[in-house]
Design a protein around this ligand. Structure first.
Ligand code: SAH
Length: 210
């Protein structure tokens, strides 16, 4: 169930759905997603679905991970990337193979600890984690060439815009119970250009930390 053939099938499906970036597809083919979910769910790890990871959270669907990563990497090279919502660490691990350094913030401590253990096992050494409310970003390492948010706020947090480098790009789901959409914000100097993409369904961005 976790064989290379199963993973190849997932990648073929992502290609059919329009994912074109060959580096992103190669990383998804090679990264063991089954190590990012509970053992009881490992046999479903290469289905194109979100799965529960505890604490009311989910590991994102491979298609959305691929799509957001592809959008983030378009254009300029992204050396330094911030992720808000580490969760299982899967999206973080995908990014770590494609950019120089990844900073990731998570508000639920046990999820962060599990993710850290996975990165250690997989020898992913270019990831730094912080336990905090990511609505504030991670000021100390700003600015970032790219910021990716894997939980949905009702509105784009100001702090994230401020921490985006000139020429940088923010990819974020925005919206509440009446529906969310994926937004891309490009910073040019001090102006921000926003594009609205697909309808999406993410867990909400919550404030505070536990
Ligand atoms: N990228 C993760 C997605 C997990 S779901 C994965 O593929 O596994 C989204 C995550 O965002 C959850 O773990 C949730 O706890 C976290 N989250 C929600 N609000 C947050 C906030 N304000 N700051 C940091 N993390 C937050």
């Amino acid at each position: 169930m976790t064989s290379q053939r199963t993973r190849d099938r997932l990648v073929a499906r992502l290609k059919d759905q329009g994912i074109k970036n060959v580096s992103v597809l190669a990383v998804i083919r090679d990264l063991p997603r089954h190590l990012f979910v509970d053992e009881a769910l490992a046999s479903r790890a290469y289905e194109d679905t979100a799965l529960p990871i505890g604490h009311g959270q989910t590991i994102s669907q491979p298609f959305i991970v691929a799509r957001m990563t592809e959008i983030l990497l378009e254009g300029l090279p992204k050396n330094k990337v911030l992720e808000v919502g580490t969760g299982s660490g899967y999206q973080t691990a995908v990014l770590s193979q494609l950019v120089e350094r990844v900073f990731s913030v998570e508000r639920i401590s046990p999820l962060q600890n599990q993710a850290r253990e996975r990165f250690y096992q997989l020898k992913l050494n270019n990831i730094r984690l912080k336990h905090s409310d990511g609505s504030w970003g991670w000021e100390e390492n700003a600015p970032y060439d790219g910021i990716i948010v894997t939980c949905a706020p009702e509105q784009i947090p100001e702090g994230l815009l401020r921490q985006l480098a000139p020429g940088g790009r923010l990819v974020i789901p925005v919206g509440g119970s009446s529906g969310q959409s994926l937004r891309v914000i490009d910073r040019n100097g001090n102006s921000f250009e926003e594009t609205e993409l697909d309808a999406v369904s993410f867990v909400p961005l919550l404030t505070g930390q536990i």
